[in-house]
Design a protein around this ligand. Structure first.
Ligand SMILES: [Zn+2]
Length: 371
């Protein structure tokens, strides 16, 4: 390794330590990376000049002496995530700390057409202009959608929930002037939950939205499988010969646990379903939800048997599960042969914006790893 390469590597390693620890002293960096204090000081100075790190002052006492703490400048780089669903378009601008700088969600029926992409491009430009992101701080745009995306992150191998034609990437490129890539929505949402989580435990994310999907993460990285179809939990069979799934098979989890299973009873409005459920006046809603949770418990139990990991309930239904999580854990506990402590089952952190955040994380990760 040449001197220049070594210096660049040191600088990147130091930034990654500051980023991972949220804040740290020169001494901590020196110990973690086995670098001399002068080398650390020199690199920190450069990172400060580049606007990537700042000195947050002396906050901590170490052996009587106060040491300066260094933090990364969260807004020094930003990434935009766009989530396309059948009926909505969500845009989320995040910074390096995954904090949401701005977001917008509009009702907009998907149609694979120039006018749709033009509208998307206008919304994208609006959110960037509004937040004065015109100075090269934007790392890229991640676009998530309910489709299986090939590993080139540009072509689509399967899409049933929305109808997309071939070469969608090329046609979008006619309207988007920034670097952008395509991502599966449920994978992206899972990645967002795993990055925002405090633990580094393996995580299985179950997306309970208009369709059912998910992702499995180890070390905060998605396990895509051989064909990018890892985490297609919606097509696990939970009832042989059961209800018809949109994939053409019978008994898939999607046919029992998509948000529609609940929202169909309240005119497509999931919020209204949970309001009725809370009001408790109509026992029919209670029975429907009980049956829904029974089916979901079966899926969660199966996922726990496969992965032995934390399990996060996400998507539209996941964001309403906080009030029912104890009851749900009891249902899973009744099925689990090994354990009765169900703390590994959690409710999602993000509500509607998880997929958009996750697709933007791709660019944050690439920036941090590439320094
Ligand atoms: Zn299916």
């Amino acid at each position: 390794m040449t001197d220049t390469m070594l210096k660049t590597k040191n600088s990147g390693d130091i930034f990654r330590i500051v980023y991972a620890l949220k804040q740290c002293t020169r001494q901590q960096i020196s110990v973690q990376l086995s670098l001399s204090l002068p080398t650390v000081t020199h690199n920190l100075k450069q990172l400060i000049e580049q606007g990537l790190v700042y000195n947050a002052g002396a906050h901590q006492s170490t052996g009587g002496r106060k040491a300066n703490l260094y933090r990364c400048v969260a807004n020094s780089r930003l990434a935009l995530g766009i989530d396309i669903t059948k009926h909505h378009l969500s845009l989320v601008l995040i910074n390096l700390n995954l904090e949401i700088v701005d977001k917008k969600r509009i009702r907009c029926v998907f149609c694979d057409s120039d006018s749709y992409f033009e509208n998307m491009s206008r919304e994208l430009q609006d959110i960037l202009s509004k937040n004065h992101v015109n100075d090269g701080r934007l790392l890229g745009v991640g676009i998530s959608m309910p489709a299986i995306i090939n590993s080139d992150q540009k072509s689509i191998s399967y899409a049933e929930v929305i109808q997309v034609g071939e070469n969608i990437y090329e046609r979008m490129a006619g309207h988007i002037t920034y670097p952008f890539l395509l991502f599966n929505d449920a994978n992206s949402a899972g990645l967002a939950e795993s990055w925002i989580s405090d633990t580094s435990n393996d995580m299985t994310y179950l997306f309970l939205g208009g369709s059912v999907g998910g992702a499995h993460m180890t070390g905060k990285q998605i396990q895509y499988g051989s064909n990018q179809r890892g985490g297609e939990f919606g097509h696990m069979c939970i009832a042989p010969g059961g209800n018809l799934c949109y994939c053409g098979q019978k008994g898939c989890l999607d046919a029992y646990c998509s948000a529609k299973i609940l929202s169909d009873f309240t005119g497509g409005n999931l919020g209204a379903f949970f309001e009725e459920l809370k009001a408790g006046e109509n026992l029919g809603y209670r029975r429907i939800f009980d049956q829904y949770m029974n089916n979901l418990a079966l899926a969660v139990k199966n996922l726990r048997m496969c992965y032995d990991s934390d399990i996060v309930l996400g998507g539209a239904v996941g964001s309403y599960m906080s009030d029912y999580i104890d009851e749900f854990r009891n249902k899973v506990a009744a099925l689990d042969p090994f354990e009765k402590e169900m703390d590994f089952i959690r409710v999602c952190h993000y509500k509607t914006e998880a997929a958009a955040v996750g697709s933007a994380i791709y660019y944050i990760n690439a920036f941090i790893e590439g320094l």
